[in-house]
Design a protein around this ligand. Structure first.
Ligand code: AMP
Length: 420
């Protein structure tokens, strides 16, 4: 039997699993309050659905296979396409906008490294049926709200895909070359794109590469786009509106405009954004507007905007969730096993943080385990105290008192809560 992990897969344990769950729980509370409906999506979809608009990079990393019925299927590399399918099949007749969220596993045959795995979890948020810049602002704001809820200080990098697209199209770059170039830009490989551009385009891209600050100068690039790239001009003007509304929602929001920003996933049509923690590699989340995806998949024309956050990466950026241990229950002789079981039941029913040491454990070992495990109290079930009575050891104060079963909770300092 081989107990090695499949390359690129990993087990998530202890504090990291706890951080992931905390982020998912906090997000669920916030999204519910903000009127987003949860949906659960499958991890297997038809290959064609995923292939339709994902773009080559995602396609190259698909886990694809034929199921036993001979269908060509794949594990979901992200969930926006599945959510769009769900919208088209089941939600399209609801009053607009339709707001949903989901969390689920994603699979990409990527080169594994820290924060990049072949199976990871995405939590996604989508708004269907609104083309208003207010919807873009809401979605971007919500993304930062979720990160803030778990104490992550990230800034949002925002842009509009139409600028880079226009720059490339202005040089005659089309079709597959265009999506390839956008991917290179997404990876920051601007040099690889230079060769595709005409003199005018080269000059602009060079300026953005040489002086990264110039990329946030909306006035400058709006001026440049005005005569040459009408769609980029519109895109930047729209970006300006989105920014105003994002700042209205959260005046403290840290936002960096980057006109030379592009996202490699092929379905984005307008506003795009990412959340970045300064000093770390890669983004925590990414999203944007994708107004053609649903109609491209055969659904009704539906403007849409959303984002997906990498739950694994968020957990890596969170401070560990503090462990609090309260009570350890132990039986120190054979006759007291049932008494220990009763104490455990009483405490657990009263929602006390209580753990049981199964089996008979000698008192010295029990004390050592309680001390090493940082429990506040040790409940000792032993024959010496008599039937229905326990010794309670305060591990910090090194004091010991006795309690009957009826007074156990009170003696432990949990008031008069009784067995429910
Ligand atoms: P994307 O779907 O590529 O826009 O990615 C959205 C977010 O998912 C990223 O910002 C990451 O947090 C996360 N993510 C994407 N790919 C991976 C991966 N291979 N491993 C872990 N997280 C990932």
């Amino acid at each position: 039997m081989n107990f090695e992990l499949v390359r690129g897969m990993r087990d998530v344990i202890g504090p990291e699993a706890k951080s992931q769950r905390k982020f998912e729980e906090m997000s669920s509370l916030i999204l519910d309050r903000l009127g987003y409906q949860e949906v659960k999506l499958p991890s297997i979809e038809y290959y064609d659905l995923l292939a339709a608009k994902a773009g080559e990079e995602l396609l190259d990393s698909l886990y694809e296979f034929e199921d036993r019925g001979g269908r060509k299927v794949a594990l979901t590399p992200e969930l926006t396409a599945s959510a769009a399918r769900l919208y088209t099949m089941k939600l399209r007749d609801l009053p607009k906008p339709v707001k949903i969220w989901y969390v689920g596993p994603c699979f990409r045959y990527d080169e594994p490294q820290k924060g990049r795995y072949r199976q990871f979890t995405q939590l996604g948020v989508e708004v269907y049926g609104s083309s208003s810049p207010l919807a873009d602002a809401e979605v971007a704001y919500v993304s930062s709200r979720l990160l803030r809820a778990v104490g992550i200080k990230a800034y949002l990098k925002v842009g509009n895909i139409s600028f880079m697209r226009s720059l490339l199209e202005g040089s005659g770059v089309r079709g597959r070359d265009l999506s390839k170039a956008i991917r290179e830009i997404d990876h920051g490989r601007y040099e690889d794109v230079m060769g595709l551009l005409n003199e005018d385009g080269k000059k602009m891209l060079k300026e953005m590469v040489d002086s990264p600050e110039s990329r946030s100068d909306l006035d400058r690039w709006e001026g440049v786009a005005k005569d040459r790239f009408p769609s980029a001009y519109e895109g930047l003007r729209r970006l300006r509106q989105v920014l105003v509304m994002m700042r209205a929602m959260d005046p403290q929001l840290e936002v960096k405009v980057d006109v030379a920003f592009a996202r490699g996933i092929a379905y984005y049509t307008d506003f795009i954004f990412e959340a970045v923690v300064p000093g770390t590699e890669g983004s925590l989340l990414g999203g944007g507007r994708y107004d053609n995806l649903i109609s491209d998949l055969g659904g009704p024309a539906t403007p849409a905007v959303g984002f997906a956050v990498g739950v694994d990466r968020v957990a890596l950026s969170m401070s560990p969730v503090a462990e609090t241990k309260q009570v350890l229950v132990v039986a120190i002789d054979d006759q007291s096993l049932e008494k220990a079981a009763r104490a455990f039941g009483i405490l657990s029913n009263a929602d006390v943080r209580v753990e049981l040491l199964p089996g008979v454990v000698p008192i010295r070992e029990a004390l050592e385990r309680a001390l090493k495990g940082s429990y506040q109290k040790l409940v000792i079930a032993g024959a010496r105290e008599g039937p229905d009575r326990f010794a309670i050891r305060d591990m910090k104060a090194h004091e010991q008192v006795e309690a009957s079963e009826a007074s156990l909770l009170r003696q432990l300092g949990f008031g008069e809560v009784g067995r429910s």
